[in-house]
Ligand binder design. Structure first.
Ligand SMILES: Nc1nc2c(c(=O)[nH]1)N[C@H]1C(S)=C(S)[C@@H](COP(=O)(O)O)O[C@H]1N2
Ligand SMILES: [Mo]
Length: 259
């Protein structure tokens, strides 16, 4: 008996088929019980946690935050989202999400308000923004609901915009917040992502001014993030070292929402 079992867990011995089967079975059961134990522990923890101000149960939020610290390490200016020729861009672009677009837009009164670190506000018109160099971005737009579409956008690179308006102290902070004019939709974005070379303040789609439901006059296009972060109809931007409030984060989604 022992001559049969003993060698199974000693590294040196050669095993016959029956011994190998037993070894693999024992190892499989071991991992089965470990994973079942972790799952049971997680389930017990979750049952007693209530949905917090962070939009979900604390254990789930901790998992999302841990994912964020791993994925933010992968974000780099050298990692570009795949781009496509304009001929591959969809002509009929999907429209999704109307938060912050439900109030009538005051086109002539619209300004981009940039709240500076010292509290001053820059109040910019579309002409101010269109004067800056224009960049096209054609990429695969991805929504967490599960659809994606190759789409063609153009506007000013966020880094060109920040340079033109001398937002040096501002981009040294950790986050940027964007809000629609009526405050109905709002996002917070980590600074490395907004400074990524493919992030644009966008005013054109397929070579035309943005349609109203796609965020006219100005929206964010940020290919390193899921659709939820591409805020349409920007009214105000501000900078902070703490995470700015974020519409979908408050409803349980991942804050980082990176791709
Ligand atoms: N103002 C505003 N911007 C928004 C949303 C919204 O509800 N309101 N939805 C977001 C989501 S979930 C997605 S997928 C994209 C969709 O952009 P599209 O309508 O141009 O396809 O916009 C994002 N920006
Ligand atoms: Mo979305």
């Amino acid at each position: 008996m022992t001559d049969f079992f003993k060698p199974i867990f000693s590294k040196k011995s050669k095993l016959n088929i029956d011994q190998l089967i037993i070894k693999k079975t024992v190892i499989s059961f071991f991992f089965f019980f470990v994973f079942a134990g972790v799952a049971f522990w997680g389930w017990k923890r979750l049952r007693h946690q209530t949905i917090s101000a962070q939009g979900t149960r604390p254990l789930l939020r901790n998992v999302l935050n841990a994912n964020e610290s791993i994925f933010s390490l992968l974000l780099s200016d050298k990692h570009l989202a795949k781009t496509y020729p304009a001929s591959e861009a969809a002509a009929n672009v999907r429209v999704n999400g109307y938060e912050g677009l439900k109030t009538k837009l005051d086109s002539s009164g619209w300004r981009l308000n940039v709240i500076r670190k010292n509290g001053d506000t820059l109040s910019l018109t579309m002409d101010d923004i269109k004067k800056l160099p224009k960049t096209d971005v054609i990429f695969n737009f991805k929504c967490i609901e599960g659809w994606n579409q190759i789409t063609h956008w153009a506007g000013v690179k966020f880094t060109d915009f920040a340079k033109a308006y001398g937002l040096n102290d501002e981009i040294a902070m950790k986050y940027i917040g964007l809000v629609t004019p009526d405050r109905g939709y709002y996002v917070g974005i980590d600074m490395p992502s907004i400074l990524h070379p493919q992030t644009i303040l966008c005013y054109e789609m397929n070579g035309q001014p943005l349609p109203l439901n796609q965020g006219y006059p100005l929206r964010l296009i940020i290919p390193v993030k899921y659709g939820i972060k591409h805020l349409k109809r920007i009214g105000t931007m501000y900078f902070d070292n703490k995470r700015p409030p974020d519409y979908w984060y408050e409803r349980g989604y991942d804050y980082f929402s990176g791709l």
